[in-house]
Design a binder for this molecule. Structure first.
Ligand code: NAD
Length: 296
């Protein structure tokens, strides 16, 4: 079982990850139907992709004809219109278990029986998502990294029911998108976020305890550990709501209090300070996402 070159991929969720996934799939030549909770949001996701392609054009990495061809392959659509055409669904909606359960149930009901269903979830059990469908062997985790067009890694997650054929088909797709694959068993946070989220949470705790400033925590990781971004900058990039949601999955699904999220993280999310996407998190940002300074 392989996805054909002219396969149609339905991307659910047109936020920062869904838009990035749509972009790389269209760049690789696939037809993409981009769906969000409302058509306007899907259209806004496509407009964001156009901005990204314009930057590539300015840098001489893409020509005008290439840009036009990629954009022509991405169509904002409603879920009910899109699903029947899909050979593969890649779900990248908000990190909320009940929401993803509902999306998988609808996708299972409305796509052809041969379609594969993938989730870009950062932490939620693929086994549990698969159990919401009548085709659990065709369900898999396909966890892209942020920003999708730049980051080389895709983490594939095998649910208990995921078949070898599904794993192989999605591995081939990831390679066609020029990505390098790692495979994780279905455990909370998989491989990457199992390591990352405790690190980000610990940085929040250190900041909250007054151990050091936000700038020094980030500088410490950048210059002391050779990380390209410090943990607080990275949390702002990911989205603090997403970081908190993953921390809660780790805490709940492992049943281990060592994963409990920092109060500062919870408070920032409660205030609506979600990081770069709302222009304020640990730092403030301008309309183009450039860092302005530390949030007071
Ligand atoms: P985001 O907040 O930027 O986007 C989420 C999108 O989902 C929004 O546009 C929202 O309108 C949409 N949505 C909500 N309900 C929907 C529905 N019923 N149908 C369709 N769309 C719906 O979040 P994001 O950062 O793009 O994260 C999306 C997923 O990707 C999450 O599961 C997250 O854990 C995962 N992820 C995020 C990162 C990251 O760095 N942000 C990295 C890897 C994976």
């Amino acid at each position: 079982m392989q996805l054909s070159d002219n396969a149609t991929i339905c991307v659910i969720g047109a936020g920062q990850m869904g838009a990035g996934i749509a972009q790389v799939c269209a760049q690789a030549g696939y037809t993409v139907l981009l769906v969000d909770a409302a058509l306007e949001r899907a259209a806004a996701g496509k407009a964001g992709i156009e901005k990204q392609l314009n930057r590539l054009l300015e840098k001489g990495k893409l020509d005008a004809a290439g840009r036009a061809a990629i954009l022509a392959r991405i169509e904002p659509a409603g879920a009910e219109q899109a699903y029947p055409h899909a050979d593969l669904v890649i779900e990248a909606a908000s990190e909320n278990r009940e929401l993803k359960f509902a999306i998988f149930e609808q996708a299972d009901a409305l796509t052809k029986p041969t379609a594969l269903l993938a989730s870009n979830t950062s932490s939620i059990s693929i086994t549990a998502l698969a159990a919401r469908t009548k085709r659990p062997e065709r369900v898999i985790g396909m966890h892209f990294m942020n920003p999708v067009p730049i980051m080389k890694l895709v983490e594939l997650v095998r649910g208990l029911q995921t078949s070898e054929a599904t794993l192989n088909a999605i591995r081939s797709l990831a390679e066609a998108l020029n990505k390098t694959v790692i495979v994780s068993a279905d455990r909370p946070g998989f491989l990457v976020n199992r390591i990352l989220i405790p690190f980000l949470n610990e940085a929040c705790l250190a900041l909250d305890e007054g151990t050091g400033s936000a700038e020094d925590i980030d500088r410490g990781a950048r210059l002391g550990l050779n990380h390209p971004l410090g943990p607080l900058e990275l949390a702002d990039l990911i989205g603090l709501d997403t970081v908190l949601a993953i921390a809660r999955v780790l805490e709940q699904d492992f049943g281990d209090p060592k994963y409990r999220p920092a109060v500062l993280l919870k408070n920032l999310v409660a205030a609506g300070f979600l990081g770069k996407k709302t222009k304020r998190g640990f730092y403030t940002y301008d309309d183009n996402g450039a860092k302005l300074g530390r949030a007071t």
